[in-house]
Design a protein around this ligand. Sequence first.
Ligand code: ADP
Ligand code: ZN
Ligand code: ZN
Length: 717
Amino acid sequence: MRIARVEPLTTARALRGPFDYLLADDFEEVTVGTRLIVPFAGRRLESVVVELDDRSDLPVERLASPVSVVAPAIPTELVSLALRVASSYCSTPARALQLVAAPGGRAGAGPQTALHAALTVEGRTALESGKRLTEGQRDAIEALLGGPLRAKDVPGGTQGLRRLEARGLVAIEAQRVSRRPAPDGYDPGRIRPALNSDQKAVLAEVIAELESAAGSRGILLHGVTGSGKTEIYLGAAERALELGRGVLVLVPELALTPQAVARFSARLGDTVGVIHSGLSAGERYDEWTRLADGEARVCVGPRSAVFAPVRDLGLVIVDEEHESAYRNDGDPGYDAREVARWRAEEEGGLLLAGSATPRPESVRRLRRLRLDRRADGAPMPPVELLDMKGVRGALHPATVEALANVKREGGKAIVLLNRRGWSNYLSCGSCGRVWTCPACDVTLVLHRNEGFIGCHHCGHRESVPDHCPDCGSASVSRHGAGTERIESQIRSLVGSDDFPVLRLDADSASRKGAAGDLLTAFQSARAGVLIGTQMVAKGHDFPDVTLGIVVDADSTLRFPDFRSEERTFQLVTQLAGRAGRGPGGGRVLVQTTTPDSPVLMLAARHDADGFLEEELSRRDALGYPPAAALVRIQLGSESEADVESAAQAVVELLEGSGLEPLGPAPLFRLRGRHRRQILVRSADREHLVGSVEAAVAAAAATPAGRRSAIGTEVDAG
Ligand code: ADP
Ligand code: ZN
Ligand code: ZN
């Protein structure tokens, strides 16, 4: 007797698998990872086999049998990976298995075939042997003399070919075609620069560890911006392929994928595959099978590519490992950096994470190798802190002067402000009314260019008021500055035809391709200013930027989160990495009301080691990751009473497990939902995650819980 234990791929949390099915003889190919259509509660569901057994706890006559098999199967190691994701992130096996499930089943996602035509023996001599042929038929045969072709590429097309087929001159058959994603026309740059001595030493260490990767704790490549970390990744990937092993390359966001694919393909060739959400279902299917079949040995992609079916994984690269985009917002709220580490661990491969501003947890956990010099030899630009106390307006006089200098010298500047719009909120000068969102407890932000006030959380929009609806006063005042307002101020200060002032944020980049166009415009301009949200500080390489400005360093520093120091340090350091890459050097100005804050002073000195040391001891003292595991539980409901009572239930259940939850604390109302947050920390990760999962499941089953949504986030950030 063969029993398949399966998890149905449904999102219902209440469904607790796995479930047993009896395998008849004609299902002998079934293994762990096989996808089966099974009868389930009167429906047919797709499911994944997670275990095989020769007995069941249920009487055999009560066991149903699967209906059919869906191809392709999930590789066994990805099934265990998914189950680990489910249990580590308080999710369900079904949801996690969906992350690794091969595409397929849906229309357009299966293998694609196309009709191909070839000449028969008779057809090959048809032109000489004086057969009666129309001119079109002659053209078709002539084209096929060069070899078989896709039917649609032959003159006269399929219809004409069918007539030739009927006369025995042509053979037509359906053949599998591969839908490779179109190359993006990125110039990969110089393909193989001679490594400098630092790079050589680091690469030798990485390769030595790669060759004996089993048992390695992984390597953190801590290299300043522009130190040439990519050359290390490429050299290590080449060696892994020579050793006959597969390679996974993770980049923080979709936008950076084409660039990475171009660089890796230029060096490694056709063996590079790519998986990301921008692929069509067909392309995704083909890339997935190319990897699963071992035809492609390298996969490049953003966080979801961590589940790519690369075979015999020998090397897992995580570029810009500090980026929070590696964390998935949905359920399971997995962290691709963590999953990457597990994959390397389980397949005896080497984890190679790189960053100019690594996370404290990686510094503690991984073996750190350093690249302290930029590949072009340029020094790091000086960072100056500008005290904004007593300064009127959004720009410090020194900032204004520096911008004027850049304009005079014909250079480029990047200005960073993490707030979109013109001003943060509007208020009535007579009665004090503040314009807020009807569905969320937040103020409406003025977007002057497009002429509306809007909510940045739910998208609600209203027209710009010219008087107060409460008291009728016409004195409506605007508070705070966002990117739009800074853009307009800087434009009136220094903007001109040969000194363009550009803005890059979610508003200006909402049209597809607009972000790329703006970046190209800035890159090709001889001089100018690029203003924007965090988007401007990431991954782009502008050799001629000489000035970087952080308009409001306090906004990240004040963020109520244990990672706010880490984020602030990263932001300033990353911006410093963007400025002054060229021969002229550069400088960075950081506007703040707290110029004596330790984290800003460390960033100004480029003292990454000092920062990491202080941050790790602070986390140890306060019991934050990596000293302890931390779970954030968020609850939301349209009824405040329900969300409060569900949150209370979670807290009591956690206390019952011997934990000390913090909260429930109210969060601002979002999209009409009242929200609560609970934080729990513990040095015993397994106990913590297990208790949270149980508490959430139990609370979700109460009447108030059923009317609430509950989400969890492990080690947030
Ligand atoms: P990082 O990822 O460390 O910020 P990159 O790998 O993107 O840096 O390299 C920065 C620039 O330096 C790239 O243009 C790269 O081609 C160049 N580069 C890297 N190594 C060398 C080298 N040894 N000699 C010359 N240029 C190099
Ligand atoms: Zn008023
Ligand atoms: Zn809203």
